[in-house]
Structures are given as structure tokens and as C-alpha cells.
Design a binder for this molecule. Structure first.
Ligand code: MG
Ligand code: MG
Length: 644
């Protein structure tokens, strides 16, 4: 498998791009002339610099508006081609991409185009160069890879081949299976891109919204499976035009690109079990069986506040670590760890972000295999010294810098609680409040980084994603996307903030980019849970009356139920499969909060239509910028008070 990326796909000056592409692990690049025009050096020097970075130039592009022209334009097009060939030879690359013409002077006709390509192929052959023809989805006469292939077939020249591009085929909803009948040796190059499903002008969509395979909604796996079936064994190259990527970190985008190619070919391997797919060996995607624990980093004062809040939700402190300042709080199958150590990862996470969730423990079928897959896909492993009597639990770094630990039962790692924690003696069995499991984890990030997070999770774990939706915050939009598995044992919501005035953006700014903004627990009976919480002194987030009036018109609820929802500040949603109930805590620290949910029937969502009401209620509670929080507010933020 030879991997490549177009230099236009990422940000930076030419040298930065090459460094990032090389560091990410790519074998080569496709080069755009524009990309190095600003660079102060001859094409020969550019070529040398690329090779000095350990990269090859697999393709030079684009050569536009070549075929089907009448004279005198035709002769001029051949002269232009010769000039491009000069540059290619100086650069040290042998393949040029000719995209189907959009010139107004271009005439139609498969044979006319084939004659032009054959004649140019003969000129290229004298220089040992090759030409690849690609159907642009918006080409004037040729906009379909099947027509492009027919032209190449009739040109019948060994130096003339076809270039296929997943965006142009899938973006026009052309069946990718039609690629299977093309001989693999006549496909000279394969370009890959995904894109979100947006109904808009093809050209605009292509130039601004393409993304990495796996990040969008196109069936790039079906496309690539068809290409693999032809016997094609050449370069796989990412050609991504995306405004966000061009403004993003070259290093991060290049890493995403490399990860997306490996993940794509791994998916193709399973989609086409009868083909030999040349992709680095890695364990299968991991099935997440549940969230085993979440770990907060805190100082002693804040740990006490957090403990109080957990107590009101029915949690009991059920153990202390054998050698560290780490407490375990439990209820149902939920394990919450509060780490107040003065050294190690939790401490540095606390210093940077304040109290935050610094570590998530996932229950998986095979912890070691999960880490191996993640590592192959470019994730960093995480290790810190293990004390006497402690288990060595495999872990990686998440995208935002937090840690993800993996626990399985085949290696005995599930016994960590009994082995590493002293349980207090003679405790009464906890009464609890009916909370059973973690329903979902909500992570917040800058919108520009959202696709990186998505690809990270989707490439390591067995999941699917739902379409991205917009959530209205009075100060701007939040983009929200769900990643979940079939059984519901792993549910994540990713929330991309575009500015810091939104609730999510404010959380990011105040916590210096910590990631988990809310944690949702499940209960089997939210009304019983609510009663118990009230006895414990829990103060729910107050929801406005207007919300309940609107709810009535939307769902025509039973008057008793509506009254109960209103009194208990419980939010409600319904879909064709079932019902959903939500209750929120007050915000804690920099804007973190808890949610309690009950799912009835097979409700699949997350109450997205309620999010704007929840946000409005939370914003009413927020102090004006720069003012300390009111003293009578529950759970004041200690760090701010002592260090204004
Ligand atoms: Mg292309
Ligand atoms: Mg939620």
C-alpha cells in the first residue's frame, strides 16, 4: 500500500506541509503547481526538497481544459502540455492528471477526446511520462468515470490511463460497482475523499467541504472495494479541499489523513474477504462493552465539593486506593474515581484544566488488542510508573490530551477495584438513587477539531455515527454529532463550539480545553430517582415554564405526566421507538454538569430538541463575565475564589 496526499489538502507553507506529510508516515505527495509557485526555488530544487523529506512525487496536477478543442485552441493546448511536461521532468515525476474539460470551446465526442489523449500520450511517451484522465463531476462533456474510461480505452495507448476519484463518482451518485469492470493496470492513480451529505452545488461542495475517508457520509469503502477488485495496486492518494483543514494544524491534519487511509483499507479488507488487501496488520475494531470508570483530577477542596454533589446523587464513597490519594465512588455499575495526587498525570491535568475528567476507562473484549490497533493507527500509548500491588492497565492518549484506559476480563484487569482499593469496613449497603450505568459521555471541542475526534473514535472502535446536527445556543451554534455502538453500551456525543460565548465555548475557554463537559447516568425510573435526590439535597437545573407549555403542544401529553415533568424539572422527548426523560444538575467548576436519563422503549436519541432549553437555563445561572459566583450558589468554584 503506497500512501499519498495532495499538498493542497493541508495548511502551512510548502516546507511545513512536507515536514507534516513525511512525519505522518506518507510515502509521497501529489503536487499542485500553485502550491510551490510561492516557494523561492526552481522545480528541480522543489523536487529535491520533496525527496529530502523521504517523499516521492507521484502526481503533478491539474492540467485543465485539454481535450475536445477545435483549432487554434487545440494546438495551444498541446503547447501548454509540453510546458507542463518540462516542469514534471524537472520535478522528477512521471504522471500528470488531466481533468475533463470545462472549456466553453470544448466539443463533445468520445473519439475526438480519445484521439487527443492518444496523440498527447505519444508525446509523453517520448519523455517517459504518462497521462491520467479524470472525469470531473462538473465536466462539460465528460462527468462520469464510465465515459472517461471509454475515452482512455479508445485512446489505446500504453502511456494513457484513467484516474478515478471517489468524490467525483460518489458525489454524483454514480454506482461505484461500475469500476469493477475496468482493468486495474489501466487505472493509473486513485484519489480519495469523503464529504458530508449536503445538498449544494457540486463544485462548491467539492472545493470547500471534502474531508478524509470515514469523516463524511459517502460510501468510500464501496468505492475502494470496487477499485481493489480491479487488481489496482498503485498509489492511494488523498485529495481533500476543505476550508477548515487549510486553516488547521498541518501536523494534525496529516496524521488524520494517514489514519483515515489505514482505517479505510482495513475496512475494505473486511468488505472484500476474497481479495488480498495490502494494509498493515492490526487487530479488528474494538467492541466497547461499557464505561468501566471515569476519573476526575481535583485538589482536596474541590474533591470534597465534588463528593458532596455525588452524595446528593446517591453515590457512596466505597474505597480508597491502597497507596495513592485516590477515592472510589460507586452506584449501580458506575465507578467514579477522584484523584487528588500531587504528582503524576492527574496532577498535571488538574494544574492545566482545573477539576476535570482526565481519564476514561472503557470495558472492552481485549485491552491489549485495542491498544495495538490504536497504536497502528497513530495513537500515542500512555504509561506511568506502577506502584507495588497495582495492575498495569493498557492506556492511550485521547485526542484532547486525556487518557483512555482499557479493561477486559481476560487479563484479570476487571478486578482492579478489589486489588487496588481498600473497602471501608462495616458499611451499610448503599441506598443509592437508582442510577445504574453511564448512559453517555458528552465531549466538547473546538469545531475545527471535531472531525479529528470523530475519526479517532470511529477508527479504533466498532461504532456508527449519526448525522451532524446544529444546537442553538443564544450566542451561536454548536455542532453536535453522536458516535455510538449498536447495543448502546458506548455512547458519545461530540459538541463542536465555534465561539467562546456559547456555553460549550465558554467551558473550553475556562477549562483550557478540557474535554468532557457532561456525564449522563441512566435510571430505570426517573421520578423515583428524583424523589431520592431531593431527599439528599440535590438541586436540579430549573427549566422554564415556557418549555412545558411548548412540550404540551408538541406531544399532547397526559396532564398528570406534564405536571410531574414541570414540577420535577424533567425534560421529555419522544421518537417512533420510545420516550426519553432528562434531568440536569447545576453546573460545577468551569461549566461541567451531570445529566440523569431514563430511556423507555427503544428510544435512540439524546434529547437534542431539548438542548437549547437546557443551555438557556444554564446560561441564566452563569455569572456575568469577570464576576465571582454568588456565595449562595451551590458548589462554588474553589479555584477561582482562592486565585481570582
Ligand atoms: Mg481529483
Ligand atoms: Mg446529554
Amino acid at each position: 500500500m503506497k500512501t499519498s496526499i495532495a499538498t493542497v489538502s493541508i495548511a502551512g507553507d510548502f516546507v511545513e506541509k512536507l515536514a507534516a506529510i513525511s512525519a505522518a508516515g506518507f510515502d509521497g505527495i501529489e503536487i499542485f503547481e500553485n502550491d510551490f509557485l510561492a516557494f523561492d526555488g526552481s522545480p528541480k530544487e522543489v523536487g529535491q526538497m520533496v525527496r529530502d523529506h523521504g517523499l516521492e512525487i507521484y502526481l503533478f496536477q491539474p492540467f485543465r481544459d485539454f481535450e475536445g478543442l477545435p483549432e487554434p485552441y487545440r494546438s495551444k493546448a498541446f503547447q501548454r502540455a509540453e510546458r507542463k511536461f518540462d516542469i514534471m521532468q524537472e520535478l522528477g515525476t512521471d504522471l500528470v492528471l488531466i481533468c475533463s474539460s470545462v472549456a466553453s470551446a470544448a466539443l463533445g465526442g468520445i473519439d475526438r477526446a480519445a484521439d487527443d489523449l492518444a496523440e498527447l500520450g505519444a508525446i509523453a511517451a517520448k519523455r517517459n511520462l504518462r497521462i491520467g484522465y479524470e472525469a470531473l463531476a462538473w465536466g462539460k462533456h465528460v462527468s462520469d468515470h464510465r465515459d472517461a474510461w471509454e475515452i482512455v480505452r479508445r485512446a489505446d495507448h500504453p502511456n494513457v490511463g484513467l484516474i478515478v476519484d471517489s468524490f467525483h463518482t460518489l458525489g454524483r451518485q454514480i454506482d461505484p460497482q461500475t469500476i469493477r469492470s475496468i482493468p486495474g493496470d489501466k487505472i493509473f492513480f486513485v484519489q480519495l475523499a469523503d464529504a458530508p451529505n449536503i445538498d449544494m452545488d457540486l463544485l462548491y461542495w467539492s472545493r470547500h467541504f471534502r474531508n478524509m475517508p470515514g469523516e463524511g457520509d459517502l460510501d468510500v469503502v464501496a468505492f475502494m472495494s470496487a477499485v481493489a477488485a480491479t487488481g489496482y495496486e498503485g498509489v492511494l492518494s488523498l485529495e481533500i479541499f476543505n476550508d477548515q483543514f487549510r486553516g488547521g494544524s498541518p501536523k494534525a491534519i496529516a496524521l488524520d489523513g494517514y489514519r483515515s487511509l489505514l482505517n479505510l483499507m482495513d475496512e475494505v479488507k473486511y468488505a472484500e474477504p476474497n481479495l488480498i488487501i495490502n494494509v498493515p496488520d492490526m487487530p479488528k475494531k474494538t467492541d466497547v462493552k461499557g464505561i468501566e470508570f471515569v476519573e476526575f483530577a481535583a485538589n482536596e477542596t474541590e474533591a470534597e465539593e465534588l463528593g458532596k454533589l455525588l452524595s446528593t446523587m446517591g453515590f457512596e464513597k466505597s474505597g480508597n486506593h491502597i497507596s495513592k490519594e485516590v477515592a472510589l465512588w460507586r452506584q449501580g455499575k458506575i465507578n467514579i474515581v477522584i484523584n487528588t495526587e500531587r504528582e503524576g498525570f492527574a496532577q498535571s491535568s488538574y494544574i492545566y484544566h482545573g477539576t476535570n475528567i482526565c481519564d476514561i476507562g472503557m470495558r472492552v473484549s481485549d485491552a491489549q488488542a485495542t491498544v495495538e490497533r490504536a497504536k497502528t493507527l497513530g495513537a500515542s500509548l500512555f504509561e506511568q510508573p506502577v506502584g507495588p500491588g497495582e495492575l498495569k492497565i493498557p492506556a492511550i492518549r485521547g485526542v484532547g490530551g486525556g487518557i483512555i484506559h482499557f479493561i477486559d476480563d481476560k487479563s484479570g484487569l476487571e478486578k482492579v477495584w478489589e486489588i487496588e482499593f481498600k473497602q471501608p469496613k462495616n458499611t451499610k449497603p448503599p441506598i443509592g438513587a437508582g442510577l445504574r450505568t453511564i448512559d453517555h459521555i458528552a465531549e466538547t471541542m473546538n469545531y475545527e477539531e471535531m472531525l479529528t475526534w470523530l475519526l479517532f473514535y470511529a477508527s479504533i472502535f466498532n461504532t456508527h455515527k449519526t448525522p451532524m446536527i446544529d444546537v442553538v445556543d443564544p450566542a451561536g451554534l454548536i455542532r453536535s454529532q453522536v458516535i455510538e455502538n449498536e447495543s448502546g453500551s458506548f455512547r458519545l456525543t461530540l459538541n463542536g463550539a465555534e465561539n467562546r460565548r456559547t456555553l460549550a465555548g465558554n467551558f473550553l475557554a475556562e477549562s483550557f480545553g478540557s474535554s468532557v463537559q457532561h456525564l449522563a447516568f441512566s435510571t430505570a425510573d426517573i421520578f423515583e430517582t428524583y424523589e431520592q435526590l431531593c431527599k439528599n439535597g440535590f438541586i436540579p437545573l430549573k427549566i422554564s415554564d415556557n418549555y412545558y407549555d411548548d412540550l404540551d403542544t408538541r406531544f399532547e401529553l397526559d396532564a398528570n405526566l406534564l405536571q410531574k415533568l414541570r414540577q420535577n424539572h424533567i425534560l421529555y422527548d419522544r421518537d417512533e421507538n420510545g420516550e426519553f426523560f432528562q434531568l440536569y444538575s447545576q453546573s460545577y467548576g468551569d461549566g461541567f454538569f451531570f445529566e440523569i436519563t431514563e430511556r423507555r422503549g427503544a428510544y435512540k436519541g439524546y434529547g437534542a430538541s431539548n438542548a437549547m432549553y437546557r443551555i438557556a437555563a444554564q446560561k441564566r445561572k452563569m455569572p456575568p463575565k469577570g464576576m465571582p459566583k454568588l456565595l449562595n450558589e451551590p458548589y462554588p468554584r474553589q479555584r477561582t475564589k482562592s486565585n481570582p
